[in-house]
Design a protein around this ligand. Structure first.
Ligand code: SAM
Length: 472
């Protein structure tokens, strides 16, 4: 079997031999300053790097070069995403699961956690609670269980979520994180109007993957790894990939992740919309130290910086699995989306106290959404609740083309300010509102086109008067 980026077979586009060669090559060249300078020079063109080039940067430990990597990642992040951070929340629909994933508390053999599946009334209550926090964008999550969580159940939930209009609230984009499925089911999800389809690879190492997923449909490495190709065949333009860092060694995962991105770009003409970088966390009967591939916060941040440089047009997501300190550092280096005020338990948003019995993992950042918004603004970021792109048909290659030309800035910046204004009017505490109003006022000046600036000013007045959902 040979490495072939365009192959539709998992083991050919995620080729074990190519990954091992890449890791070896990176290790051998990690002090080769001439090569590193050459790679950094290429990276400065902002057109991305190959998995091999990026792996050399990741391996490099020459302090001045590492500084250069961080500075470049920060600069690329500023160029493509400005100072905006998009906010979302996960919504756990069901923890019924037939798989045996060794790192996840929802595994079938765990008999002492209560199993719960939201009814449509409960979904509605959760959505109202999320809207009352100020959320506009959700990622729905469910275990894999063809009997309890069939695709029809997921589709019903999506319909319910989009239908709830409570006060000024609305969920305008539903991203979906459910198990690998068929082309036909992906088509149904597309028709239901989802945003991004997200599926984490967990680990790209096939042998370890099979060990970590001993039972259930998820055991099938090829079916799981080829899922994004089926999703795209089913008409889903925006897909989100990721690995669960800590399960295997990070060098292997990093090369695999970029090879997956290269494969999607080569075959479908469009790379992943987002890359997530979760790390294994403690949960019910899960001890992360059982997987001895944990990585330091420092290396974790370096991975994010190298991803930013390697795929400048791909959004990067960090969840509340990470502490506020790590999130602050990593946001600067390239993350464009974060979750806030999250509950990782089924039905968690309706509970006064954070429930732990059905939690998928321990949350490290326990702040409310208002506190996260406040913190972002104090650190100089514009919290954005924008959902405009896919609603305006800017998905897949159309999104990428706009992104590459820099045109996307003309939409994203004003949309961020207008959705922030909605949040300030409807959900913010007094202190957050005060900081936010000042931020909007100063950021309007950064809209390049006078005409757009004027429209934004008019719309901000209308939002203050009660109108909602303006977008470019
Ligand atoms: N069940 C679906 C699947 O199999 O892909 C997706 C939903 S699952 C609720 C979302 C993700 O949570 C998983 O893909 C996994 O990466 C992550 N996860 C599971 N256990 C975790 C843990 N102990 N710590 C951190 N993340 C975990």
């Amino acid at each position: 079997m040979e490495y072939n980026v365009k192959s539709m077979k998992a083991e050919e586009f995620i080729h074990d031999g190519e990954i091992k060669d890449t890791v070896r090559y990176a290790e051998e060249h990690k002090h080769d300053t001439a090569l590193i300078d050459q790679i950094l020079e290429k990276a400065r063109l902002r057109k991305g790097l190959s998995h091999r080039e990026a792996s050399v940067l990741l391996a490099c430990d020459i302090p001045e070069k590492v500084e250069e990597i961080y500075d470049l990642a920060e600069q690329i992040k500023k160029d493509f995403y400005g100072n905006r951070i998009v906010l979302f929340a996960p919504l756990y629909l069901s923890n019924y699961c037939v798989n045996g994933c060794l790192y996840c508390p929802y595994h079938l053999k765990n008999k002492h956690i209560p199993r719960k599946k939201l009814t449509q009334e409960e979904v509605a209550r959760e959505v109202i609670a999320l809207q009352d926090m100020g959320h506009k964008r959700l990622a729905i999550e469910a275990g894999e269980d063809p009997v309890n969580n069939p695709i029809e159940y997921i589709l019903d939930c999506i319909k319910t979520i989009y239908s709830i209009k409570h006060k000024n609230g609305a969920i305008r984009r539903v991203n979906v994180n459910i198990a690998a499925t068929t082309v036909e089911n992906y088509r149904k999800l597309r028709d239901a109007g989802i945003g991004t389809y997200i599926l984490f690879q967990e680990t790209y190492n096939k042998e370890n993957y099979e060990y970590l997923h001993p039972t259930g449909p998820k055991h099938d490495y090829n079916y799981h790894t080829e899922a994004m190709d089926r999703a795209m065949e089913g008409g889903i333009d925006d897909v989100g990939i990721g690995v669960l860092f800590g399960l295997d060694n990070y060098q292997y995962e990093f090369a695999g992740l970029l090879m997956h991105a290269e494969h999607l770009e080569a075959v479908h003409g469009v790379g992943p919309h987002t890359i997530s970088v979760p790390r294994v966390k403690r949960a019910d009967d899960i001890d992360p130290t059982d997987f001895d591939n944990s990585l330091s916060d420092e290396m974790f941040c370096k991975i994010a910086a190298c991803i930013r440089i390697a795929v400048p047009y791909t959004g990067m997501i960090i969840s509340t699995r990470e502490t506020a300190e790590v999130r602050e550092k990593i946001i600067r280096l390239g993350v464009s989306q974060i979750s806030g005020g999250s509950r990782t338990s089924v039905g968690g948003y309706c509970e006064k106290e954070r429930p732990h019995d059905t939690e998928q993992f321990d949350v490290s950042d326990n702040r409310t959404l208002d506190q996260v918004v406040n913190w972002l603004m104090r650190a100089g970021y514009i919290p954005s609740f924008c959902t405009a792109c896919y609603r305006e048909g800017r998905t897949g290659d159309r999104f990428m083309a706009l992104c590459k030309s820099g045109q996307i800035q003309n939409c994203c910046h004003p949309n961020a300010l207008m959705t922030l204004k909605e949040f300030l009017m409807d959900y913010a505490t007094e202190d957050t509102r005060r900081i936010g109003e000042a931020m909007i006022e100063s950021e309007i000046g950064n809209i390049p086109k006078e005409k757009v600036r004027q429209i934004v000013r008019e719309r901000l007045v209308k939002i203050a008067e009660g109108d909602r959902d303006f977008r470019f």
